[in-house]
Design a protein around this ligand. Structure first.
Ligand code: ZN
Length: 143
């Protein structure tokens, strides 16, 4: 389970509204639905010249799903697609319990706390919902 500090960070990010809302003319929109928990989130991004200029999400979900998509948005904004792809790769390997390097963990910042998901199989879909939306948008070929 998450320790107290992690729980606090998750709740804080989950309640934070700064990454919520609709983009006026998103270049990509992807909806993610997790029936086992009821999470239903839609990620919108604006990509210009391979840079993720802006990203926001709408919808409802549990604290884990909304915190993880919001932390992800903070990480990818103003970053290029190649960098976002490498974050996605690190994140998915981490939650699957695979080895990641210290520099990968550092790059994931607060998202690294979701490493605990590997011990909570029922919640992995919550913590990867937003990341999966992003993956479908920019890295559909990788797995
Ligand atoms: Zn959930």
């Amino acid at each position: 389970m998450f320790n107290e500090l992690y729980t606090e960070i998750i709740l804080e990010n989950s309640r934070n509204k700064k990454n919520r809302g609709e983009l006026k003319s998103p270049s990509k929109v992807e909806r993610g639905h997790n029936p086992s928990c009821g999470d239903d989130l839609t990620l919108m991004v604006n990509i210009e010249d391979d840079i993720i200029k802006d990203a926001k999400f709408i919808g409802d979900g549990c604290a884990i799903s909304t915190a993880s998509i919001s932390i992800m948005i903070d990480l990818i904004k103003d970053k290029d697609i190649a960098y976002a792809k490498s974050l996605i790769d690190s994140y998915f390997r981490m939650v699957q319990g695979k080895e990641i390097t210290n520099s990968e963990r550092e790059a994931l910042e607060d998202a690294a706390l979701f490493e605990s998901l590997q011990d909570m199989p029922a919640r992995i879909k919550c913590g990867t919902l937003g990341w999966h939306c992003l993956k479908v948008m920019i890295a559909p070929e990788s797995d």
